[in-house]
Design a protein around this ligand. Structure first.
Ligand code: PLP
Length: 371
């Protein structure tokens, strides 16, 4: 039996033990955060504490944070509930942004994996309708950090609102909404070792946003439905631990770079995407010409190493990833690309195990025998 090596943290990060404890404690305590009795007030206190923790993670005011059922829901609310007739999204957005509005225009990206600022400028100049622009802070596939401050400057000149999907950036790199200048930001707890099924929409001015889910008056009447108090309590712990651990997370770049160097030593033809621009420290999107993504994912899985071909949302199907297609990567190469993503529990031994298993696959495909 091989010890599993999990290198798919961008799909979901295993919850930290402290998070599991907080979720269990909130479940044991019970209480509906809208009830006036003591149990209800205790649940309310947990939710408000979490609001402060999430706000602090992204340099926002607690009053601007509402909890949602996922990052997907936060993205949908941002794009569908600000009453802006025109929506522009980058071509490398997650499906939850690309699919939120059928009428959204797509801002192209360059071969480096970053949004084309001149194209954004031209698109905004070509239409006077009030717009909202959505550009993610970091891409889930390549890890490429987008030039958001420039996006905001361009959008402001045209009176457009700016939303950023920070689901992959939150808890991995420092995020300060005030410095970035964005109006709306989406987060998801499970990408930062919190529980699955909890997200947040962070707003500079909540008055600009309407509700996506109708019903009761929870979350300042912006998100109906009894709050997921255990999940939100776990989110608070994950957000605080992520904030305190940003330096340690940054150090993952050393392991990631070692992984890329190790792959290149075996096969100098491997192509690492977005390696010329600032990237998330934990993410590597790499193609091995002639070795299909499917072969790599399945072969590594058999060796006890979990990686992915594309985003987890398209799991089950292994197809040419649209992020690479948007970057102009040839389909044949895109089909040979996998994503390796590290996280809080990754060690050098995990990287060594990945490299040993990948080397065997590569050698086998080349018809040679691995030592
Ligand atoms: N945005 C990005 C960039 C993502 O990577 C993901 C999940 O893969 C999401 C949004 C969706 O978040 P959730 O899983 O909380 O719905």
């Amino acid at each position: 039996m091989v010890d599993p090596v999990y290198l798919d943290f961008n799909a979901t990060a295993a919850a930290r033990p402290e998070v599991i404890e907080a979720v269990a404690a909130a479940m044991a305590e019970g209480g509906n955060a809208s009830s006036v009795h003591a149990a209800g007030r205790a649940a309310r206190a947990r939710v408000e504490d979490a609001r402060r923790a999430v706000a602090a993670l992204v340099g926002a005011e607690p009053g601007g944070v509402i909890f949602t059922g996922s990052g997907t829901e936060a993205n949908n609310q941002a794009l569908r509930c600000t009453g802006r007739p025109r929506v522009l999204v980058s071509a490398i957005e997650h499906e939850s942004v690309l699919g939120a509005r059928d009428d959204a225009g797509r801002i192209p990206v360059g071969a480096d994996g970053c949004v084309d600022l001149a194209a954004l400028e031209a698109m905004l100049a070509g239409d006077d309708r009030p717009a909202i622009v959505s550009v993610m802070l970091a891409n889930n596939e390549t890890g490429a950090i987008q030039p958001l401050a420039e996006v905001v400057r361009i959008a402001r000149r045209r009176g457009a609102l700016v939303h950023s999907d920070a689901v992959q950036a939150g808890g991995k790199i420092p995020v300060d909404m005030a410095v970035l200048g964005v109006d709306l930001l989406s987060l998801s707890a499970h990408k930062m070792a919190g529980p699955q099924g909890v997200g947040a929409l962070v707003m500079r001015n909540p008055a600009l946003v309407g509700r996506l889910i109708h019903g009761g008056g929870q979350e300042r009447a912006l998100r109906a439905g009894t709050e997921n108090v255990p999940g939100i309590s776990g989110f608070a712990v994950a957000a605080r631990m992520a904030r305190a651990g940003l330096d340690r997370f940054a150090a993952l770049a050393g392991l990631r770079d070692g992984l890329e160097a190790g792959m290149r030593a075996v096969d100098p033809a491997v192509v690492v995407f977005a390696d010329r621009v600032p990237r998330l420290p934990n993410t590597c999107k790499v193609a091995t010409p002639g070795l299909a993504a499917e072969t790599q994912v399945i072969g590594l899985d058999l060796a006890g190493v979990a990686i992915s071909a594309g985003s987890a949302c398209s799991a089950g199907k292994i197809e040419a990833p649209s992020v690479l297609t948007a970057m102009g990567v040839a389909e044949a190469l895109a089909r040979c690309a996998v994503r390796v993503s590290l996280g809080w529990s990754t060690t050098g031994a995990h990287i060594d195990a990945f490299l040993a298993a990948w080397r065997t696959l590569r050698m086998r495909a080349l018809g040679a025998t691995a030592e």
